[in-house]
Design a protein around this ligand. Sequence first.
Ligand code: PRP
Length: 195
Amino acid sequence: MSASFAQVLVAREEIETGVSRLGREIAETYRGVPGEVVLVGVLKGSAVFLADLARAIPLDLTIDFISISSYGGDASGSGVVRIVKDLEQDISGKHVVVVEDIVDTGLTLTYLRKTLGARSPATLRTVTLIDKAARRLLPVPLEWRGFEAPDAFLLGYGLDYRGIYRNVPDLIAVPDVARLALHPRSLVEELYPAQ
Ligand code: PRP
């Protein structure tokens, strides 16, 4: 399946297989280990992945969410961020698994690890669906990754373009973002024409 300016990078069946594998690996890490496991979803991109991943982990666990936002202006892209919505639970003494849809420059995850690490969790690990390792600016620990991705703009399965396309079930690569900017709402119809 492909449109003229976008391709399916990871199809939904392959995502499902990858998420199952990650769920098994995470469960093996914590099985028999005392203490509560908390999945921390980073809104909004990780919501779709987290929903599938949580159901692929055969352990008792809880789910919480955090939302952070980059400061605009001169600090944009510098990794300077603020918490828009904080966790609802105290994570001290708990096994925290940060759930990301994508790790790109590593700035977001670096900030999250510092912020959450200061709250004395028993352990702090990260799972990401997509690792864009080639774009990393800061080295950051990443315990589990689903897929390595090239340096193309991605959307679908939680990832957005200006807030849309998060509900697309496959992971789509858009090398020509300029064309998407011209026709921001045309992609779904091109990729998934009505039967
Ligand atoms: C994305 C993604 C990560 C971050 C990774 O969030 O969910 O949190 O970017 O990028 P980095 O490694 O370069 O810091 P985004 O800011 O797009 O917000 P969203 O999840 O609400 O789409």
